[in-house]
Write a protein that binds this ligand. Structure first.
Ligand SMILES: [Zn+2]
Length: 233
C-alpha cells in the first residue's frame, strides 16, 4: 500500500471514531438530563405552589368568616338581650347587623370561588403527576436503549482504536506528523482522493505533474488548492 493510501485508511478509521465520539457525547448528555421529565417536574412544582396558595386563601377566608360570624352573634345578642332600649341604639345595631350580613354574603361568594380554585389546582396537579409518571417511564425506556447503544459504540470504538494503533505504528513518523497536523486544520480530512483528475475534497484539478507524482506514490503530494494529501490509488 502506498504511503498516501495508508494515511487514507487511517483517516477512515479516525472519521469513524469521530462519529462514535460525537454520538457517545450526545448519549451522555441525554442520560444526564431528560428534557421532557424536567419540563413536567417544573410544571408540577409550579402547580403545587399555586395549590398551596389557593388552600391558604381558603383558610384565610374561613378565619375571616368565623370572626364575622362571632361578631354577628354578638350584635344579635345585644339586640335581643333586652338590655338595649333606646330606639336610636337599636336602629344602629340593626344597621350594623345588616352590614355584617352583607359582608358575610360577599365573603361566602369569595369562599366558594376559592374552593373552586383549589379544586381546579388539584385536578391540574393530579394530571401533571400522571404526566410525570408517563414521562419517567418513557425516559427509563429510552435510558435502557441508550445504555445498550453506548455499550455497542464503546465496543466498536475499542475495536477501531486497536486497528488504528496497529496501522499507526507502521506509518513513518514524518507522514504521521503531517497527517496529525493537517487533520484538525482540514475538519478531520487530511487526505483527499483523486477522481477524474480532480481533488474530491475541493474539486480543483491539480497540475498533471502533481497527479503524476501522487500516482508514483514515492512522496506525499499535497493538493495545490486545499493543501490535503492527495491519494491517487
Ligand atoms: Zn484539494
Amino acid at each position: 500500500m502506498s504511503r498516501s493510501a495508508t494515511l487514507l485508511q487511517l483517516q477512515s478509521l479516525d472519521l469513524e471514531l469521530d462519529g462514535i465520539r460525537i454520538r457517545l457525547d450526545a448519549i451522555e448528555a441525554s442520560l444526564g438530563d431528560d428534557p421532557a421529565v424536567r419540563d413536567v417536574q417544573r410544571a408540577l412544582l409550579e402547580a403545587h405552589r399555586e395549590l398551596q396558595t389557593a388552600r391558604g386563601t381558603v383558610k384565610a377566608l374561613e378565619f375571616d368568616s368565623q370572626a364575622l360570624g362571632e361578631k354577628i352573634t354578638e350584635v344579635d345578642r345585644r339586640m335581643y338581650s333586652g338590655g338595649v332600649t333606646s330606639p336610636k341604639e337599636l336602629q344602629d345595631l340593626q344597621k350594623e347587623t345588616e352590614s355584617l350580613r352583607r359582608r358575610r354574603a360577599t365573603l361566602e361568594e369569595r369562599q366558594f370561588e376559592a374552593l373552586v380554585e383549589v379544586e381546579a389546582k388539584e385536578t391540574e396537579a393530579a394530571a401533571l403527576e400522571r404526566q410525570l409518571q408517563a414521562a419517567e417511564g418513557a425516559a427509563a425506556q429510552l435510558h435502557g436503549a441508550l445504555l445498550d447503544e453506548r455499550g455497542r459504540l464503546r465496543a466498536s470504538a475499542e475495536r477501531l482504536q486497536t486497528g488504528r494503533e496497529a496501522l499507526f505504528v507502521r506509518i513513518a513518523v514524518p507522514d504521521r506528523e503531517l497527517y496529525e497536523r493537517l487533520r484538525p486544520a482540514k475538519r478531520g480530512r487530511a487526505v483527499s482522493t483523486l477522481e477524474e483528475g480532480a481533488c474530491t475534497a475541493c474539486g480543483v484539478a491539480p497540475s498533471s505533474s502533481r497527479i503524476q507524482s501522487a500516482r508514483q506514490g514515492n512522496d506525499l503530494i499535497l493538493c495545490g488548492n486545499c493543501g490535503r494529501i492527495l491519494c491517487a490509488d
